[in-house]
Design a protein around this ligand. Structure first.
Ligand code: FE
Ligand code: FE
Ligand code: FE
Length: 212
């Protein structure tokens, strides 16, 4: 029968198992309680492995964004969008630091694993910049869409990570990741606001004089 144990105990068990880095389910000699007694999370849990792989993926993605966001900022037309991107770059740096804190809490070293999705989303953003006129509002409307695609990927990722952290009994980790999740949602909402307040309307007036 499974007993819900106080979360700090479950977390300690998981952290100890993660640090032990062992493929066996054996618990240290003399340990009064086995991990099975303390938590439903097995020592070599597939879900925990998947969770850390996804952490590495988003860690890579956030670090990639820190390099790429300033390029988007430069390409933007309006000061309002430039400021919003600046602000989110600072937030992204904090999000990277939060992920490092999560790795530490789990007794793992912070590692990045290439995120193909983020690489693709950034490439798409670059194409949008190339295909829109420099100094146009249409460029900004495009950058906002590209940025929102990134935010939605992040919202999906952090949403999933918060859920799984809860399942694994990693409450502190879930809280930290949830802070980032809320920031991503907030960023998405502010981008919609910027687009709908002016940029899209001004872009609507722009004519396309290029030859197709
Ligand atoms: Fe982020
Ligand atoms: Fe990914
Ligand atoms: Fe973001």
């Amino acid at each position: 029968m499974y007993f819900a144990l106080p979360l700090p105990i479950r977390f300690f068990t998981l952290k100890r198992n993660a640090m032990a880095n062992t493929k066996t389910k054996k618990t240290p000699a003399g340990s009064a309680k086995t991990s099975k007694d303390q938590s439903s999370v097995p020592a070599n849990s597939q879900l925990e492995k998947f969770f850390s792989d996804q952490l590495k993926d988003i860690y890579w993605a956030e670090k990639h964004l820190i390099k790429e966001l300033p390029k988007m900022q430069k390409a933007a037309t309006t000061q309002q969008l430039k400021d919003a991107i600046d602000q989110h770059t600072v937030q992204t740096e904090l999000q990277v630091a939060r992920l490092e804190q999560v790795f530490e809490l789990m007794g793992k070293k912070a590692q990045a694993k290439k995120c193909d999705a983020m690489e693709g989303l950034i490439k798409e953003g670059q194409s949008i910049v190339e295909e829109t006129e420099d100094g146009s509002m249409t460029r900004d409307a495009g950058i906002i869409m590209a940025a929102q695609k990134v935010e939605h990927y992040e919202i999906a990722t952090y949403g999933g990570l918060v859920s799984i952290a809860g399942t694994l009994g990693l409450d502190e980790v879930a809280d930290i990741l949830n802070t980032t999740l809320e920031e991503e949602k907030q960023t998405d909402a502010s981008l919609t606001e910027i687009a709908e307040n002016d940029i899209n309307w001004e872009a609507e007036q722009e004519t396309d004089d290029s030859e197709e």
